[in-house]
Each structure stands twice: as structure tokens, then as C-alpha cells.
Design a protein around this ligand. Sequence first.
Ligand code: C5P
Length: 227
Amino acid sequence: APASDLAGLRVAVSTGGTREPIDPVRFLGNRSSGKQGVAVALAAADRGAYVHLVAAHVDDGVLHEALHHPRIAVERALTAVEMDAAMRAVSDESDVVVMAAAVADFSVPEVSDVKIRKEDGTFALDLVENPDILIGLVEERRPGQTIVGFAAETAADDGELRERGIRKRSRKGVDLLVVNRVGWQEGFEASENAVLFVDATDDVAGQASGTKRAVADALWDAVLRLR
Ligand code: C5P
């Protein structure tokens, strides 16, 4: 039987990649599968937490187990703006917030109601920057709340990955940053992952590798050590 060391904890987790519409048939998206965030939600719920899972684009198969878990409520938020609203709303009643979603950094300010045609020969998109949801949540953090971010980084070696993680942890102001290396072959869509945990001591507080579920359990162990 799974441990119940998170019993009673109220947790909000975001996952998946947002999709920013361009016109009725196109969007700006990213390669996030949502698997790591779903694993974070399942691990918490199996250890006794109540989980509010905010899912951007995630395949139905990836979400299936979470949709049927008695301690997980799933909400959809398909764009950065929708996810910002959903996470702000749920964070008020959450002891721990984990932003595992891959949020698009930019969106199209004027979404076309008709399919944009290629006749013109050239095509330029004006983009506006999306809100940084994580920074907003940290600014409005409630007492005792633990906030966890993710950082997918391309890095030449472990040293660069570590430095990037430490810088990003402090820029975002989160209690814990889960840093993983990504590339054309690594990180996305895979069922395994390898991460570093960076905390507010601005040092690597640990690392984990294996299945995304194993990484998720290590994340909750790290959160428990901080609380
Ligand atoms: O800056 P970067 O996108 O690498 O930061 C990643 C972390 O910030 C993730 O936890 C992601 O969910 C979060 N994020 C966010 N809002 C954005 C962009 C990223 O909350 N607009």
C-alpha cells in the first residue's frame, strides 16, 4: 500500500503544453506531453493528498488514470491566459502548488476568425508576451504555501544545467525548482526523466532519475523536507 505521508495536503498541479490559437485551425504549441505533471499529481494523490490538476494539452490516454482517481479533480486550461486564471483561483486553497505545465511564452493578440491564407506569399505573426504564471503565484503566495517550478533547459553539460537551474530558481522565487535537460532526443514524450532539485539555498538539493513516477515521488520527498 502506498505511504500516506501527504494525507490531507491540498495540492495544485499544472501540466501539459498550452496551445495559443492563431486562427480557427492553427496554434502555437510545444512538445510537452504532460506525463511528468500527471505523474506528480498521481504520486501526490496516492500518498493521500487532494489534488487539483489543471491540464493544458494532454492526450486522453496520459490523463486517463488521473481522471478516475478519487482524490484528483481535473480542470482544463488550454491557453496561458486560461491557465493563469485557473492556477490563481486554486492556489488560494492549496498548500503546495506545482507548475509543471509548459506555458507558451507568447501568444497572438488578435486571433483571426477566418483561416489565414497563404496567397500573400509572406506571413508574419505579431506576438505578445504571456503572463509568467509562476512569478504571479509567488507574488501572491499565502502563508505556509510551498511553490514548485519546473525548468526544461538545453545545456552542454551538467555544470551549465546546474548554473541555469540556480539562476532560474532565484529569478522565479520558487521554493523548489525541478530542472531537467531537454533536447531533440531527451525529455519530451519519454516515459523516463532525470532531474536536479534546486532549492532556496541556491544549491542542488538532490537529484532523481528513472520513471516519471519515480521522479514525481522524489519531488514529493523534497517538498516534505522543505515543509
Ligand atoms: O522561464 P521558464 O519558462 O523556463 O520557466 C519554467 C517554469 O515557469 C515552469 O514551472 C512553467 O510552468 C512556469 N511558467 C509559467 N508561466 C509562463 C512560463 C513558464 O508559469 N508564462
